[in-house]
Design a protein around this ligand. Structure first.
Ligand code: SAH
Length: 349
């Protein structure tokens, strides 16, 4: 809040006192009412409610927002993806009915950068964006004016897919279990609290369902999907739920709906869901290795040659995207493909 006048401050203080010294967010008020009526809600229900509200009410990206993603760091990220998809499409025989599809496209930067490369390679297919946030749909429309929007993957037309999902799966809700019991959120000591602690196992029917829907399309109509997210290659116990606001970690149960709630993606679970639905998968590679194999350094060198003033900015971007202490190691990439399509570039054969 940039400016608080005297009256507002007094009113806010009064409200704070009423609510036990802390002002409740609109969503927290609704969640408390729900918990009072229904009893404790699952972590999954909590995460789903928080993110639906959060994304519907703002553009969270960039320096002034809550977090920054790879396509917002550099145009090279989307360009590498465009080149990898163009190459896979060419090797599959350039099917003219193929479409570009993206899940949770944020500001539309990745789509714009990838499509520039795809169009140059002769790809003329339609653009389908899966996005539930009205605020972000407006942003995407500014960068990709010819797109068509859908609420869910099931709404995609039956056509060969060139699909991308960057930092989409981490926002889909997870279930948490402690010793076989589902972890829930309750009201305690005037605030929201978890009903149990201990060694936590996570699973995500929402992620499995999304992968299964993509894999079914790929198996039926052909194509390839690139999934990029932070997470782990093998299923392992651990509480990975986290909240970020203003580029800082914050407690997960405070100010629900006003911060980005995510959890690490279990790539082993995604691979299993894809294979079960009839698609083939690649090995999981780190974002750093993948971008280097796709030739991001050569792209940076070419851009620096034509724009010498940008040379330093380009090297900083490569460092942020690829260095193991930045995004290079924590972020992983998986390709899911039709068994009829080639293994995309950037992955081991
Ligand atoms: N891919 C973008 C944005 C990542 S943020 C980037 O890399 O910059 C997550 C995105 O997923 C946002 O666009 C958000 O609105 C969208 N999203 C979150 N949950 C969703 C859901 N259940 N269905 C469709 N889109 C969703």
């Amino acid at each position: 809040m940039a400016h608080v006048d005297g009256q507002g401050t007094t009113a806010a203080r009064r409200a704070d006192r009423r609510n036990g010294e802390r002002r409740l967010t609109p969503l927290e008020r609704a969640l408390r009412e729900r918990i009072q009526n229904e009893g404790p809600i699952t972590v999954e229900a909590y995460m789903e409610a928080c993110n639906a509200y959060y994304y519907a009410t703002r553009d969270p990206l960039g320096r002034d927002g809550d977090f920054t993603t790879a396509p917002e760091i550099s145009q090279m990220f989307g360009e590498m993806i465009g080149a990898a998809l163009a190459d896979a499409w060419a090797r599959a025989g350039k099917p003219s009915d193929a479409i570009y599809a993206e899940l949770g496209p944020g500001r539309g930067s990745l789509a714009a950068d990838a499509l520039r490369v795809l169009r140059r390679a002769g790809f003329e297919g339609a653009v389908h964006l899966i996005e539930t946030s009205p605020v972000l749909r407006v942003q995407q429309g500014e960068r990709v004016p010819d797109a068509q929007w859908h609420d869910s993957i099931e709404d995609l037309p039956a056509a060969p897919l060139l699909l991308v999902a960057n930092e989409f799966f981490d926002a889909l809700p997870v279930r948490q279990f402690v010793a076989g019991f589902e972890r829930k959120v309750m009201i305690a000591a005037g605030g929201l609290a978890f009903d149990r602690d201990g060694e936590i196992m996570e699973s995500s029917p929402a992620r499995d369902g999304a992968v299964s829907a993509i894999a079914t399309c790929l198996a039926q109509s052909g194509g390839v999907a690139l999934v990029i997210d932070y997470g782990h290659e093998k299923t392992a116990p651990g509480d990975t739920l986290q909240a970020v606001r203003g580029h800082r970690y914050v407690p997960t149960l405070v100010d629900p709906g006003e911060q980005d709630l995510t959890s690490h993606v279990d790539f082993e679970a995604l691979r299993r869901a894809a294979t079960d639905a009839g698609a083939a998968t690649t090995q999981v590679v780190t974002q750093g290795d993948w971008l280097q194999r796709l030739g991001i350094q050569a792209r940076a060198d070419a851009l620096a040659k034509s724009h010498p003033k940008r040379a330093e900015e380009l090297e900083i971007a490569i460092d942020r995207l690829c260095h193991e202490e930045q995004m290079g190691q924590l972020f992983k990439v998986l390709a899911i493909r039709s068994p009829e399509w080639p293994i995309p570039a950037g992955f081991p054969e």
